[in-house]
Design a protein around this ligand. Structure first.
Ligand code: HEC
Ligand code: HEC
Ligand code: HEC
Ligand code: HEC
Ligand code: HEC
Ligand code: HEC
Ligand code: HEC
Length: 380
């Protein structure tokens, strides 16, 4: 296999307890190390609690982002129960799994998740919904003092509950198992690290300062020093991490902290359609990929402060930054990509097809840009 990355990811923190075998790369390095907070890793969370100020403080000065940034699904990747209609306009959500009857109901201002085997019932108030709900939402709550991931999740496709993606599909053998998956401390820490902000303090899960969703300081690192520096009129350096200063390939790995990097997917050994959700891996498998080419980094097509663009035509200019178009056009130095013999617009509809995960629950866009032949198997 060709090594696609020009550098070797630094020390890997092994979270051996994770079923998926996830690895967390150390902070990526910026080219201007000495002048900027350069080694921020969104999921290691090594900063102290008082280093964070919260998104509202950032938006007081960066008000140009106030309209769009807090509204993105990423910013709402976890939602506090009670602040959102988790019942999706339904009076209650119910599901039957073998002998186990489930429901999610409102009780006062709480939402309560219950499972019963006919004799006994376990009920817990939902603390968070993980996932903004474009595809699905999984509930996180504590039971016996331990974090659980609900055995059932809400799916938009069916507008109802079903078994959580990745959980075994056979009928659970006990009420506790039917309730959900008991998260090990390492698992819980990683879940919160990827879906919330400032949940991991000095390297340990500490929900006291947790802000639900991927907030400003999740990507930019804590902002107290930056805020104080700006207020004091110190512009010698920004005192905050800006992923925009990373080399394009390092930026892809930065997003890959949560969206999974090429190295992580290789380590996880997921070579089926299940890896379609790992965009950094898929993208760097395509012939368009160039490690140091900003035209193919995540930022070429996505602004993390804005909603994803659903209109295919929006992406044409991104492709045509590298591909020539029109009859007889030849690739050259500035445009190394060939012209399409078939069409001149809506490139992504044919070359970045959508796949539904095996359980049929959610759809992802294949970032492995390529010629897709009819009935060809999914290139893992
Ligand atoms: C008191 C006003 C103020 C607050 C509060 C503030 N910023 Fe800034 N920020 C600025 C100014 C002014 C600049 C541009 C000057 C500079 O480059 O340092 C800036 C620059 C930046 C940059 C660009 C840095 C670079 O590499 O050039 C980022 C990223 C940033 N801010 C993020 C944040 C985040 C995230 C927060 C909240 C944690 C925040 N800011 C809070 C005023 C503020
Ligand atoms: C701290 C973890 C984290 C980091 C870092 C991160 N993401 Fe995300 N991102 C998420 C999560 C979690 C979601 C799922 C949001 C949801 O619940 O639908 C998401 C969703 C998205 C979406 C889909 C939004 C939609 O409308 O469906 C895009 C696009 C995206 N991220 C791009 C990026 C880019 C580009 C970067 C790097 C600049 C990045 N992300 C870095 C965690 C992260
Ligand atoms: C390594 C980072 C990481 C960890 C750990 C993680 N997630 Fe996610 N999660 C993501 C990213 C990134 C997405 C967005 C996937 C996409 O759309 O490409 C996501 C998407 C989701 C979604 C679907 C949201 C939607 O509408 O698309 C749910 C539900 C979810 N995660 C729940 C969980 C729960 C519950 C845990 C822990 C028990 C967890 N995740 C752990 C990164 C992570
Ligand atoms: C998912 C990661 C992510 C999140 C969340 C995020 N940013 Fe950013 N931010 C980036 C990246 C990547 C860039 C570099 C963009 C570029 O250079 O095109 C950036 C750039 C910036 C800049 C510099 C803009 C410039 O003109 O270069 C500021 C200021 C900023 N972000 C503030 C914020 C604030 C405030 C929030 C919260 C409301 C926030 N960001 C949330 C990833 C993120
Ligand atoms: C050449 C353009 C392009 C690049 C580069 C790109 N994306 Fe995308 N991305 C898309 C398109 C097109 C969609 C689907 C938009 C739609 O139909 O709603 C998408 C969708 C997504 C989604 C939503 C879930 C899904 O799979 O449909 C996430 C998350 C995402 N991209 C993350 C990333 C990350 C992280 C990177 C960098 C590794 C990246 N993208 C690079 C074009 C791009
Ligand atoms: C950074 C430059 C760059 C960008 C951006 C880019 N490509 Fe490419 N692409 C290339 C290069 C270089 C090749 C290999 C030479 C060739 O076949 O033209 C290639 C190859 C291809 C191929 C042939 C793949 C194969 O398996 O033979 C297709 C199809 C393609 N690109 C479509 C797209 C589409 C669609 C987009 C936008 C979503 C896009 N490219 C964006 C540079 C790029
Ligand atoms: C209707 C579907 C469709 C659309 C839309 C489309 N393509 Fe294609 N493209 C194809 C097919 C099919 C092929 C393979 C043609 C063949 O080899 O027979 C192809 C081939 C290519 C190739 C390989 C050419 C070569 O000589 O190796 C590139 C590059 C490419 N397309 C880029 C693009 C770009 C860029 C766009 C948008 C401007 C685009 N395509 C829009 C279907 C499409």
């Amino acid at each position: 296999m060709r090594l696609r990355h020009a550098f070797v990811v630094g020390a890997l923190t092994v979270l051996a307890t994770l079923a998926a075998g996830l690895f967390v790369p150390a902070g990526v390095e910026s080219k201007e190390e000495t002048h900027y907070l350069a080694s921020w890793s969104p999921i290691e969370g090594l900063a102290a609690r008082n280093a964070y100020v919260g998104a509202a403080a950032c938006l007081q000065c960066h008000s140009n982002l106030a309209k769009t940034a807090p509204e993105t699904p990423m910013a709402q990747a976890a939602i506090l129960s009670g602040q959102f209609d988790l019942l999706h306009n339904q009076p209650e959500l119910t599901y039957q799994l073998g002998p186990f009857g489930y429901n999610i109901r409102r009780r006062g201002n709480q939402l309560v998740y219950s499972v019963s085997d006919g004799k006994d019932t376990l009920s817990e108030p939902i603390q968070y919904a993980f996932g903004f709900g474009l595809k699905g939402q999984t509930y996180v709550f504590t039971h016996d003092g331990v974090y659980y991931e609900s055995h059932l999740s809400y799916y938009v496709n069916t507008r109802g509950l079903d078994i959580t993606f990745g959980h075994p599909s056979q009928v659970p053998s006990s009420l506790d198992e039917a309730l959900g998956h008991r998260l090990s401390p390492g698992d819980a820490q990683l879940c919160f690290a990827c879906h919330t902000t400032a949940a991991v303090i000095e390297g340990r899960l500490d929900p006291r300062s947790l802000m639900p969703g991927v907030g400003c300081e999740s990507c930019h690192g804590p902002g107290a020093e930056h805020t104080a520096a700006v207020k004091a009129g110190k512009f010698d350096r920004p005192h905050i991490f800006n992923p925009g200063r990373l080399q394009p390939g390092d930026l892809v790995d930065f997003c890959g902290n949560c969206h999974r990097t090429w190295e992580q997917v290789i380590k996880m050994q997921i070579f089926s359609v299940r890896n379609v959700r790992f965009q950094p891996y898929r993208l760097s498998s395509s012939r368009c990929w160039g490690f140091d080419d900003a035209r193919i980094s995540c930022l070429a097509c996505h602004d993390p402060h804005q909603n994803l663009r659903p209109d295919a035509a929006f992406y044409d200019s991104k492709c045509l930054a590298c591909h020539v178009s029109g009859r007889g056009a030849r690739p050259g130095k500035t445009h190394p990509g060939a012209a399409c013999p078939v069409a001149s617009e809506n490139c992504v509809t044919c070359h970045m097809p959508k796949y539904t995960l095996p359980e049929g629950k959610s759809e992802f866009t294949d970032h492995f840009i390529r010629i897709v032949r009819k009935n060809a198997p999914y290139p893992g």
